[in-house]
Write a protein that binds this ligand. Structure first.
Ligand code: ZN
Length: 243
C-alpha cells in the first residue's frame, strides 16, 4: 500500500492541496494531528482529508479547539488563532475532531502526534528525548508530528549507535526489519526547519520504504487569507521563513 503521511496541516489548504497533488496516487492518507490551528481554512482542510480513505489522530491544536486543553499553555499567537478556529468550526468538523482516537496503529506502523509516551504534548526534538518513547509502542515504526521538523530516530538503547538518521529528500529510506524507528514527516502547513516548502512522507508498506518530500506552494495566498481574516500577522510572516 502506498500511503501519504502528513502532519500539522494547520488549516493551510493551499499547502495541503500542493502536497496531495505532488504525492500522486495513494491508497490512504495518514494524518498525524493538528489539521487545524494557525491557518485560515480549518473546515476546508478537514473536508479535504475526509475525501480520502484515511486514518487521523488529534494534535494539541485540535484538542485546544475542542476545549480539551488549557489554552494558557499556548503562546499568544497560537491562542488567538485557536480561539478564532473555535468560532469557525462547523458542527460537522467539531464532531469529526471529537471522534479521533488519541493514537492509531495500522499493521506494523503506529501513529502519535507528539510522542508515543505522551501523544498530545511531548515534543521529540532530539534523539535522547525519543529513546524512552520506544517503550510506548509495539510496532517497528511510529510516525509522529508536532515539531514540524522532519527526522528519523532509531532505537539505539542496546547498541549505542548513532540515533539520528540523515534524510535525503526524494531518496527512499529502507526500513531495516531488525531496527525500530520514530519518524516525523515534517509539517505541511507551517514547516519549522528553515525550509518553507511543505513537508510530507510517502510510505510503501509492502516494500517498507519511507521517502521524505518537499513541495513549493503559493505561500502568499495563505498569507493573504491569514491577514484578511485578522489572524496574527506573525503567523503569515513565519511561513516565508519556514520557522
Ligand atoms: Zn503543529
Amino acid at each position: 500500500m502506498r500511503v501519504l503521511i502528513v502532519s500539522d496541516v494547520h488549516a493551510n489548504l493551499v499547502a495541503f492541496d500542493a502536497v496531495i497533488e505532488d504525492a500522486g496516487s495513494v491508497e490512504m492518507i495518514w494524518s498525524l494531528g493538528d489539521i487545524v490551528g494557525y491557518g485560515p481554512e480549518p473546515n476546508a482542510c478537514i473536508e479535504r482529508l475526509r475525501e480520502f480513505d484515511h486514518i487521523a489522530i488529534p494534535g494539541n491544536h485540535d484538542w485546544g479547539v475542542l476545549g480539551k486543553l488549557d489554552l494558557s499553555d499556548f503562546n499568544a499567537f497560537a491562542r488567538a488563532a485557536n480561539l478564532w478556529t473555535r468560532d469557525q468550526l462547523t458542527e460537522t468538523s467539531r464532531e469529526y475532531l471529537e471522534s479521533l482516537p488519541e493514537v492509531a496503529v495500522c499493521g506494523d506502523f503506529s501513529m502519535a502526534h507528539g510522542s508515543p509516551r505522551s501523544p498530545i504534548w511531548e515534543y521529540l526534538l532530539y534523539a535522547d528525548m525519543a529513546q524512552p518513547s520506544f517503550d510506548f509502542f509495539e510496532t517497528s515504526v511510529c510516525f509522529v508530528g508536532h515539531t514540524h521538523v522532519p527526522v528519523i530516530f532509531r532505537d539505539v538503547r542496546d547498541t549505542g549507535a548513532w540515533p539520528t538518521l540523515a534524510i535525503h529528500e526524494g531518496v527512499p529510506f529502507e526500513l531495516d526489519g531488525r531496527e525500530r524507528y520514530i519518524i516525523n514527516p515534517g509539517g505541511v502547513g507551517q514547516p519549522r526547519d528553515g525550509n518553507p516548502k511543505a513537508s510530507y512522507a510517502i510510505l510503501d508498506t509492502t516494500a517498507r520504504r519511507v521517502t521524505h518530500h518537499r513541495v513549493e506552494y503559493d505561500i502568499w495566498i495563505t498569507q493573504g487569507r491569514i491577514l484578511d481574516l485578522g489572524l496574527p500577522a506573525s503567523l503569515a510572516n513565519r511561513l516565508l521563513w519556514g520557522r
